[in-house]
Design a protein around this ligand. Sequence first.
Ligand code: DGL
Length: 260
Amino acid sequence: MQEEARKGNIGIFDSGIGGVTVLREIIKILPYENYIYISDSKNNPYGDKKEEKIIERCEEIFRFLLEKNCKAIVIACNTASSIAVNYLRDKYKNIPIIAIEPAYKMVYDYSYDKETLVMATKGTIKSEKFNLLYEKYDNHKTILLECIGLADAIEEGNEYRIKKYLEKNLGEYKGKVENVVLGCTHYSLIKEEIKKILGENIRFFDGARRLAIHLEEVLEKNNLINDSKENGKIEFIDTAIEVEKREKNEKRFFKLLGGK
Ligand code: DGL
């Protein structure tokens, strides 16, 4: 029975391709697992949606992943985690749920005395969960920036829009911050572009690596590590209605998965 469970899939989802930055870290540590990645691009962005809508979408995705024989589910979206994880953990008690959160505690641990910019969606910054984290680890030198529309531009892969967005919204922080918390999984895809505005010496904080370590610990604790010695499969499912969009996203996803 347990042997069967160990062979189950790991479900992972985001509002689009952003969660690839999380899966990339996970497969470095857990290459022998099989993954099913849901890119909910049909409903992107989550960042400015109502809480009820996000919870409803997360539940639909959860039900789908459970039917696909998932032994654990990773929420690779800060917005969905911030808003829905407590509800989901309460409702789905039999499955380990591992959720990303803005790496603000990492700033507290490694760079407490420095000026810090937290970039995240409006949904994350307004959430109760993030505010508890913020109050607990506040270094009193932190700016919280709701990056409305940025994840959307990244999802679209629109380099011009991303550049203009960053120039307009980050320019004023040049020379004023040293730490940047990438509080949305999409933002880890544009580190170079952010550096161009804020400077080469910016220190990024991103929760993906920490999540991957935690996932391994949780699987171990529950005796759920796949003992296969062959690299696992990765299935990509995009929710877009248009076939071309789905195909384009899939191609981009696998290309990014192989990147740094
Ligand atoms: N990638 C997501 C996050 O980490 C959501 C972006 C969005 O859909 O607004 O918050």
